[in-house]
Design a protein around this ligand. Structure first.
Ligand SMILES: NC(=O)c1ccc[n+]([C@@H]2O[C@H](COP(=O)([O-])OP(=O)(O)OC[C@H]3O[C@@H](n4cnc5c(N)ncnc54)[C@H](OP(=O)(O)O)[C@@H]3O)[C@@H](O)[C@H]2O)c1
Length: 400
């Protein structure tokens, strides 16, 4: 623990003697770590003494599921879908946020009054992490970032923070389930530092909490995604899309809501998903080029690509990597030319043969074509009904 907090630049926590590890959520312990401690200023009502997990209602938004989940990283893309699913079954979601009060504002409406509790915290201050976990019986870690900033390295965000959450959850003593969201393709031998840090994060969490569940989603698609949106923006702005390499890398994109459903399914099971690692890929494998075709089809533009060889793509992305920690001001976040992602996308990333998948959680993932990519109609020039699909289109170059 000392090592982790030192790496996070903070003072160490005093270890608690004889810490029980996490258990199945059935039955729920009535001990909450420091729930009544004045230092932990949670606004939640105390459930002390309620004994077993109390469930009430028909399972809808106004029911009580008994799950009180601290969702780290809930202000991000996956977070909103997960909080919505938790809230609609009557769970309480504690939403730690840094920065502005506006960051978690959209989440508050997802649940009944008082069910979504935004709590300001500092990811580098373990007391504030304890405060947001104090009343929880479930911890879900969605924290992650696929590029470095001046303040945060890949390792700190994707590895050390996960490790610290696991250590604190273990010390808490009342956390029944810990879900770590990692990334498909994470490996200690990956050429991408992000994927290496993700793999180290998984390992660290499982070392602390062998009963934790690890979810490894493939690249996620949805309204706020960070693949189809940047592609569509780029294609609209410059009338072409750079295809790094020749676009033949295989990926298995997954609809974001399915990943949220998988996490909820794991929470709701009888403990069978505890200590397991799930690889969450969509039902179809695409090449990067095929996925770009789907994007063009949705935005109703004629596809134009510029193949960018790997060394040139790396050269374009390199200056940010070199300068990010050196200049005294923040640099723009990389979208298409993110060096680490270029390295990650150099290899195929699909679900491995013997992995546990959606099927093991009784979920049938959605095909991308259709509703999951419908958000792209916002990029059609002339409005959502404009134009025709690529398959119906005539090549404009063939006009006289
Ligand atoms: N998006 C994908 O296609 C994809 C694919 C596979 C795996 N994943 C993984 O799935 C998880 C969720 O992904 P996502 O797309 O929802 O990510 P996201 O939109 O980037 O959100 C990441 C969350 O992590 C928080 N975070 C980032 N850096 C932080 C820091 N230094 N300190 C504290 N919090 C920090 C963000 O908080 P702020 O709002 O305060 O920045 C945000 O709430 C991540 O672990 C990601 O690596 C994502």
């Amino acid at each position: 623990m000392q090592a982790i907090t030192r790496r996070l630049g903070q003072h160490s926590l005093r270890p608690t003697p004889s810490i029980p590890s996490i258990n199945s959520i059935y039955p729920l312990s009535d001990h909450y770590y420091g729930g009544d401690h004045p230092r932990y200023g949670s606004t939640l009502a105390s459930h002390k003494g309620m004994g077993h997990l109390v469930r009430k209602g028909t399972g809808g938004r106004s029911s009580v599921s008994g799950i009180i989940a601290t969702v780290f990283g809930a202000t991000g893309f996956l977070g909103r879908y997960l909080v919505q699913q938790l809230a609609k079954m009557g769970s309480q979601a504690l939403v730690p946020f840094r920065g502005s009060e506006d960051n978690p504002r959209h989440l508050k409406l997802m649940g009944d009054l008082g069910q979504i509790v935004p709590m300001k915290y500092d990811p580098r201050d373990e007391n504030s992490i304890k405060a947001v976990m104090a009343k929880a019986n479930v911890v879900i870690n969605l924290i992650g970032r696929e590029y470095e900033t001046r303040n945060y390295s890949f390792e700190e965000v994707n590895h050390f923070m996960a490790e610290q959450l696991a250590v604190i959850a273990k010390e808490h003593g009342g956390i029944m389930r810990f879900i770590q969201v990692s990334c498909l393709g994470s490996s200690l031998s990956s050429p991408s530092r992000f994927l290496r840090a993700k793999a180290a994060g998984e390992e660290a969490v499982l070392k602390e909490l062998p009963e934790a569940t690890v979810m490894k989603p493939a690249v996620m698609i949805g309204t706020e995604d960070r693949i189809m949106n940047p592609w569509a923006r780029f294609a609209k702005k410059y009338s072409f899309l750079p295809l790094i390499g020749d676009g033949s890398t295989k990926i298995q994109p997954v609809y974001v809501n399915d990943v949220a459903s998988a996490i909820v399914a794991a929470l709701k099971d009888d403990g069978t998903s505890m200590g397991k690692v799930y690889e969450l890929g969509g039902p179809e494998i695409y090449t990067v080029h095929e996925l770009a075709e789907l994007m063009y089809d949705m935005i109703r533009e004629w596809p134009r690509y510029v193949n960018v060889p790997l060394p040139i793509a790396k050269a374009v992305a390199m200056p940010r990597e070199v300068l990010v920690k050196k200049v005294p001001f923040p640099l723009p976040n990389p979208e298409i030319f993110n060096l680490d992602q270029i390295l990650a996308f150099a290899n195929d990333t699909v679900v491995s043969e013997n992995a546990l998948t959606f099927t093991d959680l009784s979920i049938v993932p959605h095909k991308l074509k259709g509703y999951p990519v419908e958000f792209l109609i916002q990029y059609r020039k002339g409005g959502p009904q404009f134009g025709s699909t690529v398959s119906e289109k005539v090549n404009p170059d063939s006009y006289p």
